[in-house]
Design a protein around this ligand. Sequence first.
Ligand code: GRF
Length: 221
Amino acid sequence: MSGTEQRQSTSSRTLRIAVLISGNGSNLQALIDAVEEGQLPGVEIALVISNQADAQGLQRALQHKIPALYLPWKKRAEAEARVATLLDLFQVELIVLAGFMRILGAEFTVRYPQRIINLHPSLLPDNGEEQYTTSDGTTIPALRGINVVQQALDLGLPVTGSTVHYVIPAVDAGPVISRAEIRIEAGDTEEILHEKLKGEEHRLIVAVVRAYAEKQRLVNA
Ligand code: GRF
């Protein structure tokens, strides 16, 4: 069987995903739990990569016997070339950025169209717009980049949320797949609010991966 045939036959059975992380990995844990509890039929977490050696997510993966690797990120192009080789080697079809704190270059992202998804802890609008209108009609600014949970608090926004979107070269601007809104309450600190957001993210990321796997199954049927 040629490499391509082998990949196709593997992909028709299982959606193999890689999860890229930099730290805690609670979203990775949500995916691991969902796979183990049978909520993600036909999905296998094939590989976890971290750009931080001490990322707790690496331990989470190893505890569940998932291949996990620390990859130094000194030179972006070099690191990305290594990631690409690993994705090939582990026959990965979908790349999930779950708290991965590095920006992937355009050369890398265009190589995997609609095959890289990112979790972002704010509400991102469609089509790279600058404002988002919440379900109750409130217009809020699009918060991209880092520290967006604190920014939502600093701006006194009534609502924030999390978004799962496809990754394109422009940062936090790719097509939106799913969002969850939450109201900001008096007494919310960055830590409290981020924990609430993560609760939503755990549900969101599992639902998005499940839908992706179902779509792939139909395509491969
Ligand atoms: C999440 O809030 C995600 O939206 C952001 O980084 C955080 C990662 O959390 N990109 P964890 O490592 O999965 O706990």
